[in-house]
Write a protein that binds this ligand. Structure first.
Ligand SMILES: *Cc1c(COP(=O)(O)O)cnc(C)c1O
Length: 426
């Protein structure tokens, strides 16, 4: 009995006193370190590992980083990839987030020592880019902006909206249900494929809280269709809430069909709402821009407090809006030529083929708009090995091939990508 190997399993307290575990506890917290030790001790108790290996096993089970979210290389060619966290932040925004992580003057005037308007710099940066707007507000995401707008303007009243714009955003969330949840009544007008100005005009009346114009960002209709523009809707006498979705502040020549804040405000929208982490290329946020009195009504609504953003979002948003072209727009503007040299270099190093493929905007934006580009073509089975590698590489599987598209890969990651491809192929 005395030579039972289980008696040689090191005790938790002994391990915690070991400087390697003390350092790990400093980095990951004592609970995580204890959990790793317990798992390794159990493995030794069941005979899976030797008692002498408990310390090593426990250390190897420690998370490599403080958060379990892992950085991945997006080689899908889909720029705003919802499952991969939508927009990657610019270097400027990352720096801003790190700087804002401690105590900051987010709501404090250092000159006077008094309380200041929260996040004023981010709002000013937005207004600088969108001079048509009298005021700006930032909330948690695009859906929150829409909920706040319809609640503040149309609770107990009607939201007039075209049947052609009753979209499902994704993950089962539907615009009509979202609006109904605010206590506003939906007044649907027109048909799926055609809605005319007279349809809206007949519906607008004393019960109207607002007219909603929603950009159907994730699908496109062709054929016998017609809709009514913001310019015409703004003549009907009710506030027009225009949901542009993707968050372009100004027209983007590479995406001519995508609406933008400046154009729709100029056409007469009372306010526009948008996401911060789609084509705007910033953090998750909901942007409201437009008529100062209406934005103030939203800001003063009790719900606004429940939807407000934190200092990290404000910092990242300001740096994105005021800073250099964010990675999302650079990736969208990249031509096949722009990535050709990098793609060929990697393909030649691997001895594999390069094929022409189209990238996508993604994230429910610019459906069906191909972004012409190229990719390294590999056997489909490589995709799984790439996902399970370090760093994980997410490629696109299509037509029985694994396509590695460099459109969304930052150039400094090229060598890491090449190493990951070699490992997955080897
Ligand atoms: C994406 C989108 C939303 C939702 O925005 P989130 O930021 O995802 O909450 C709402 N409306 C439209 C038109 C969109 O494209």
């Amino acid at each position: 009995m005395s030579d039972d190997p289980r008696r040689r399993i090191p005790r938790t307290d002994t391990l915690l006193a070991d400087p390697r575990f003390a350092a790990a506890a400093e980095r990951h917290g004592r609970d995580r370190v204890r959990a790793a030790i317990t798992t390794a001790q159990e493995a030794a108790r069941s005979g899976e590992i030797a008692p002498e290996d408990v310390a090593g096993q426990a250390l190897s089970r420690m998370p490599a980083a403080p958060s379990s979210l892992r950085r991945v290389i997006n080689a899908t060619g889909v720029v705003v990839h919802t499952n991969l966290g939508r927009a990657p932040l610019s270097e400027a925004a990352v720096e801003a987030v790190a700087a804002a992580a401690g105590y900051t003057d987010v709501e404090f005037d250092l000159a006077t020592g008094a309380r200041a308007r929260r996040g004023a710099a981010a709002l000013d940066a937005l207004l600088e880019r969108v001079p048509e707007a009298g005021s700006a507000l930032v909330v948690n995401n695009g859906a929150a902006a829409l909920v706040l707008a319809t609640t503040a303007l149309a609770q107990g009243k009607e939201v007039v909206v075209s049947r052609g714009e009753l979209i499902e955003i994704g993950d089962g969330f539907r615009l009509p249900e979202l609006i109904a949840s605010t206590g506003a009544r939906l007044r649907e007008v027109g048909t799926t494929n055609r809605t005319h100005l007279r349809d809206y005009a007949e519906a607008v009346g004393p019960d109207t809280g607002c007219i909603l114009k929603a950009h159907p960002s994730n699908f496109a209709m062709t054929g016998f269709t017609s809709g009514v523009g913001v310019d015409e809707l703004s003549t009907l006498g009710a506030p027009v809430v225009a949901d542009i979705g993707s968050g372009l502040l100004a027209p983007e020549p590479t995406l001519p069909a995508e609406p933008d804040a400046r154009t729709w405000l100029r056409e007469g929208a009372s306010i526009v709402t948008a996401s911060g982490d789609k084509l705007l290329g910033g953090p998750q946020a909901g942007i409201v821009l437009g008529d100062a009195a209406i934005v103030e009504r939203l800001r003063r609504h009790p719900l606004a407090r429940a939807l407000r953003v934190d200092k990290l979002t404000l910092a990242a948003l300001e740096a994105t809006v005021a800073g250099p072209t964010p990675p999302v727009l650079r990736a969208i503007r990249a031509t096949a030529n722009d990535v050709a040299h990098r793609t060929r270099r990697i393909a030649e190093a691997l001895g594999t083929d390069v094929v022409e493929v189209d990238g996508r905007v993604g994230g429910g934006g610019a459906p069906g708009i191909p972004l012409s580009g190229m990719a390294i073509a590999l056997p489909a089975a490589v995709a799984e090995r790439l996902r399970l590698g370090t760093p994980p590489v997410v490629a696109r599987v299509a037509d029985g091939r694994c396509l590695v598209d460099l459109r969304c890969v930052p150039e400094p990651d090229d060598d890491a990508l090449l190493d990951a491809l070699r490992a997955a192929l080897g």
